[in-house]
Structure formats: structure tokens, C-alpha cells
Design a protein around this ligand. Sequence first.
Ligand code: NAG
Ligand code: NAG
Ligand code: NAG
Ligand code: CU
Length: 318
Amino acid sequence: MRPSTVLLLPFLAIPYVSAHGFVHKVWIGTETFLGNTPNAEPTSSIVRQINNVDPVKGATNPDVNCGNNAQLASNITDANPGDSMAFLWTGGDLSTWPHNIGPMLTYMASCGSTDCTTFDSSTAKWFKIAQVGRIPNDTDGNWFQNLETAGTAANVTLPSNIKPGAYLIRHEIIALHLATVKGGAEFYPSCSQIRVGGSGTGAPTAAELVSLPGAYSDTDPGILVPDVFDTPPPPYTFPGPPIAAFVGASSSSPSSGSGSSSTPTSSAPSSSPTGTPKGKSCKLKRAPTTPSKRAIARPAHMSRIMRDLALSFGGSAH
Ligand SMILES: *[C@@H]1O[C@H](CO)[C@@H](O)[C@H](O)[C@H]1NC(C)=O
Ligand SMILES: *[C@@H]1O[C@H](CO)[C@@H](O)[C@H](O)[C@H]1NC(C)=O
Ligand SMILES: *[C@@H]1O[C@H](CO)[C@@H](O)[C@H](O)[C@H]1NC(C)=O
Ligand SMILES: [Cu+2]
């Protein structure tokens, strides 16, 4: 038996406990909500529950919509145009988010005349309100997603002129550490239910509305990204539609050039670690002797190791 095989046996034999993850906490305006823990008894939350913390694989997978087997949520919260929102992603065991490479995108969809608690999101027409990629001018080329690995929620502003109504907010991480090959990208969508008040008039145009799945393809330049590990980092092309024009027209845009209204927050859980290693692209907590530990000690190589492992084992390792 080759040494590498010995090393990998526990990696394959022990089921996942905490790798990957879900939206554990959401802030909307002044309200805070816990997410719904996958497979636990559903709570009264605004966050639609998924049944599996694993990534959605494949751009046309029906679960790209709102996550794995997403269920209706029983609550909806009131919000106002211009409100701050924040989305904290964690591992399945509430450890910090394990991935750090790839964009975070935010979409909304009208729930029509419903209050979203009965709205079938597979019929939704989505528009994009924000997207963030790499942190501007970060000397290490870190992505905003990396902030989640330190327990910092992604902060998104509700468009300041948005028309009143009930909406789904779809916050999505696309993890790209395996995206050098087709089908490698990992989609992590999460949908929450909000009712926007006020007297705004902002709305997307018909051309800005997309279906999910539908808006993405496995060969989109932002989803199949052969140069994702290159240095210096090449420009990144976000997948999906552009940010709806009314969003930029109605709010003061930050200077990131990504058209994003997202800024990081410091809404960290008390257990936030400090000094999170860079390049921690797949934290496999349960197996301290697996390559993940070695990779954390040698962060620059982490993602390649994970990718190679996944390829060696037909992609099932991740
Ligand atoms: C629903 O959310 C609101 C906050 O928007 C909260 O006040 C209310 O208690 C929640 N309802 C339930 C049943 O949890
Ligand atoms: C990034 O660097 C460029 C060139 O030095 C500068 O013009 C720009 O303002 C910087 N952006 C941020 C967000 O710091
Ligand atoms: C989001 O960031 C803004 C400043 O950029 C801050 O005022 C706000 O409190 C943050 N929201 C949350 C929920 O942390
Ligand atoms: Cu993973």
C-alpha cells in the first residue's frame, strides 16, 4: 500500500460532520435571526432550511435555487429600503466557514402577492443587488469570502429605492478552490424572507431578471476558472446578470469597482478565532492527520492539494 493511500483512508471512511456549511445568522435592519440548522427541527426563522451542508454541484442543479432541498421558512421580517443586512456563514457544527476563494453574490426576487412563506422559489425571477470578489488592493489577493473564515458576516445594503413588497433575499457563496476543472465550482445559496416597506419605486427591468438555475453555466468564466490560483490575480468575471441598474442609481456605491454594495462587518460570533490561516480552503476538522492539517501549515498549497485529492477520487472527496 502506498503511503498516500494510507494517509487517505480515514479521509474517505469517516463521514462528514462539519465541512462545508450554511447561513447560521442573518441581520436585517435592527433584527437578528438564527438560520435553520440543516436537518434539525425547523425553527421560526426567516431563513429557508436546507437539508445538507454539502455544496450544490453543477450550475444547472435545481438546488442552485435556494440550496439543498430548501424548505419554506415560517417567518418573514419587516425591512426598510437602505437597511443593512449581514449573512454569517458557518460550518455545519458552527465552526467558522471553511472556504475562502470565490465570490459572494446577492440576489432578490419578488414573492408576488404572497408573504414569501408559501412562495415557490423555483418560479422566482431573480435580480442581482450585490457581488464581491477579491478585496480591493489586498496585497495577498484575498477574497471577501475569506472574512467569513474569521467569523465576519458579509454585509449587504438593501437597495435604498426598492419598491415595497415581499422578497426573497438569496445570498450565495461560490467556492472556487476546485473550479479549475469543469463542474468543480461549489454553490452555496441561502434564501431569506423579507417584507420591504417604504415608498420606493426602484425595480429591475425585465432584462435583468433571471431564473436559478438558468443564469449560470458550468463553463461561465466566473464558474470554470482555470487561472483562479494565478499570481498576480487575474481579473475575475462574476457569473449571472449585472447588478440591476436601479440599485446603483439609488445608492451611493462603494469604490470597489465591482458594483457591490457589500462591506464586511465585524459581527463576529464570540468564538471567532484570530490568526486564521490563509488558504484554508477546505477545513476537514475531524481528521487531524489528513492532508488538511499539512495544508494549513503550508497554506499556499492547500487548494491544490484539495483539488488533486478530489480529482483522484472522482470528485467525491469534496
Ligand atoms: C418573526 O420575526 C419577527 C421579527 O421580524 C419577530 O418579532 C417575531 O417574533 C418572529 N416570529 C416568530 C414566531 O418567531
Ligand atoms: C487601489 O489602488 C489604486 C491604485 O493605487 C487606487 O487608485 C485605488 O483607490 C485603490 N482602491 C482602494 C479601494 O483602496
Ligand atoms: C454593515 O456595515 C455598516 C457600515 O458599513 C454598519 O453600519 C452596519 O452596522 C453593518 N451591519 C451589520 C448588521 O453589522
Ligand atoms: Cu468543502
